[in-house]
Write a protein that binds this ligand. Structure first.
Ligand SMILES: Cc1cc2nc3c(=O)[nH]c(=O)nc-3n(C[C@H](O)[C@H](O)[C@H](O)COP(=O)(O)OP(=O)(O)OC[C@H]3O[C@@H](n4cnc5c(N)ncnc54)[C@H](O)[C@@H]3O)c2cc1C
Length: 454
């Protein structure tokens, strides 16, 4: 006999689990391929610290994710270290205003001029972004989102900046890699959103004591009766009035017949699930979604003495095979207890991740550790534990024209299959993913309520 449900959710990341909580009274079923929930929020606790290969900066308390953190009694601590730092040409410039970088970095004269000019353009792009997202009468979240993606959404960041001196180019390429993109792929709009977030929000975000993964673990326990792990969805077909979801699980293959479904898995997996049932317009829209790769190395060190990275939260590293260095321990260490090592993370996104593609995981780790030793020789001899994760689909970023398919993605398919995930929104972050889960759940509720009344 075929199992029947009001709603099936494919994917147990933060988007799918947030949608399930909104729909709890409809007895939702989450089908999750892996042996754990949480997707790209993944950490392994080590006391107050945690090795972490995914999301690490949490949004403010007054947000969907912030309220979840609060509800489960989890502890997030404001990030305390400096965030805007650059290590380049053997000099690390720490704790400065962004506009002073061209003067403080060890750059050639041409490099300085080019970087300063590009910096002015970035300021202009951020101002345009801020004007676009400013609230106007009659605005909904969707209209603000669309304006944010549209302002500078038809041009790549590289084309927007124009010709750059090679040193300035290296800096901006490393910045684009932070979003798993590259200068010639990511839009001006995407980068303006990132700069506005890091520069002007005045909010550096929070880290979770014990690791980000504690949140999906708590959500998973809360939803345990609704989740099937080790269950990979293989086919999604539209029936006369509903949707059939075929899967393979621990007990073999099966089908659930649902009135509605939420696809909360990365966009690139969706066309194969629907095959010819996918409307052409949705297929074209999904094709415009780009989720770039990022290779992450989480590093636990065991030093007890002060280290030069103690006051740093993040560092741009244009000269390394990774483009970002993070110290996740500074906020979490602030307990007055003696120092027991540090929790560092380095990652290489976009072209940097692709450049590692032919290597084994051991070779990728070696490459990152070699660069880490060059950046901070003090780490040598103090590496206690590492965890490497080469994400093929790490963080979504908008490529030119992506904003034009936004309404199609938000509409879903045939008024019964809805899409959720960070890639449906404008900024690849857990709060975006959670908000798309809330939106998809609202669409499901509308459809189910309409069906109940007919
Ligand atoms: C290195 C890195 C750093 C990041 N840093 C931050 C940060 O500091 N702050 C922040 O807010 N965000 C950050 N992010 C982004 C954040 O992790 C994501 O935006 C968010 O976790 C996405 O959640 P999601 O539910 O949309 O997708 P996912 O977490 O990818 O969940 C999708 C789920 O679908 C499952 N699935 C896939 N295929 C199938 C199938 N066929 N059948 C069943 N299940 C399937 C997957 O196993 C997965 O569990 C970071 C991401 C990365 C990779």
């Amino acid at each position: 006999m075929i199992e029947e449900r009001d709603v099936v959710i494919v994917g147990g990341g933060i988007a799918g689990m947030t949608a399930a909580r909104e729909l709890r009274d409809r007895d939702p079923l989450i089908l999750e391929a892996s042996d754990r929930v949480g997707g790209r929020i993944w950490s392994k606790q080590r006391g107050d610290l945690a090795l972490s290969v995914g999301a690490h900066m949490f949004p403010p308390p007054d947000s969907i994710v912030g309220r979840q953190v609060d509800e489960f009694g989890l502890e997030v601590l404001p990030i305390t270290g400096s965030m805007l730092n650059i290590a380049m040409n053997d000099r690390i410039v720490v704790g400065t205003r962004p506009e002073t970088f061209p003067f403080k970095l060890a750059l050639s004269l041409r490099g300085r001029v080019s970087f300063a000019r590009a910096g002015l353009k970035v300021r202009k792009a951020v101002a345009e972004h801020e004007a676009a997202v400013a609230h106007r009468p009659g605005d909904t979240d969707a209209t603000i989102r669309l304006r944010s993606m549209e302002a500078g959404g038809d041009v790549s960041f590289g084309d927007y900046l124009g010709s750059l001196n090679p040193e300035a180019q290296r800096i901006f390429q490393a910045l684009c890699n932070r979003s798993s993109g590259d200068l010639d792929s990511i839009t001006q709009a995407s980068m303006a959103t990132l700069f506005a977030h890091v520069w002007d929000s005045g909010d550096l975000g929070r880290n979770m004591r014990g690791g980000s993964g504690l949140l999906p673990e708590a959500l998973g326990r809360d939803l345990a009766a609704h989740i099937r792990l080790h269950t990979t969805v293989t086919r999604v077909s539209l029936t006369g009035t509903g949707v059939d979801i075929e899967y393979t699980g621990p007990d073999g293959a099966g089908t659930v017949r649902a009135r509605t479904a939420i696809l909360a898995l990365p966009a690139p997996f969706i066309p194969a699930l629907l095959g010819t049932a996918l409307p052409g317009e949705t297929a074209a829209a999904l094709d415009r979604v780009t989720i770039g790769p990022t290779t992450v190395l989480s590093v636990l060190t065991d030093e007890t003495d002060p280290m030069p990275w103690d006051d740093i939260y993040s560092l741009l590293t244009p000269d390394c095979r990774f483009n970002m260095f993070f110290n996740h321990s500074n906020a979490l260490h602030a307990t007055g207890a003696p120092k027991q090592g540090s929790l560092l993370m380095v990652y290489g996104g976009g072209g940097r991740a692709r450049a590692l593609a032919g290597m084994s995981e051991a070779e990728m780790e070696r490459a990152f550790l070699d660069d880490l030793y060059r950046l901070y020789p003090q780490t040598r001899g103090h590496i206690a534990e590492t965890w490497l994760m080469p994400w093929q689909y790490a963080v979504p970023h908008a490529t030119p024209g992506r904003w034009r398919v936004q309404e199609t993605l938000e509409r879903g398919i045939a008024d019964r299959v809805f899409l959720a995930g960070d890639w449906v929104g404008e900024f690849g972050a857990m709060e975006t993913a959670a908000s798309t889960g809330v939106d998809a759940a609202a669409s499901v509720t509308r459809v189910l309520d309409a069906g109940a009344g007919s």
